[in-house]
Design a protein. Structure first.
Length: 96
């Protein structure tokens, strides 16, 4: 945790700005929150500070949230990761 805050650091990775803001409002008393809207911005954020908790949308404008999940799993101090989607099915695109 950051010495400036006693709260755990949470990163929300979702391109739906309104959804991110709703989550921030619901969780801001418990977490220090950063919101990013793409895989690339998430990667930059993680280089600056690795969160304790990450919420990742599966469908992002620049790729699949599972790819970001796999990248995060490479860190020694892997954060807790929740994958989420607003899609009606759990069907994932095939990887070629």
């Amino acid at each position: 945790m950051d010495s400036q805050s006693d709260k755990p650091y949470l990163v929300i990775v979702d391109d739906d700005v309104n959804f991110c803001e709703s989550l921030r409002l619901a969780l801001e008393d418990t977490y220090e929150i950063s919101m990013v809207h793409s895989i690339e911005s998430a990667k930059r954020s993680f280089q600056e500070k690795l969160p304790e908790l990450t919420l990742i949308d599966l469908n992002l404008p620049d790729g699949n949230g599972l790819d970001l999940f796999r990248e995060l799993k490479r860190y020694n101090d892997t954060p807790v990761i929740f994958l989420m989607t607003a899609c009606a099915t759990a069907e994932m695109p095939s990887r070629h």
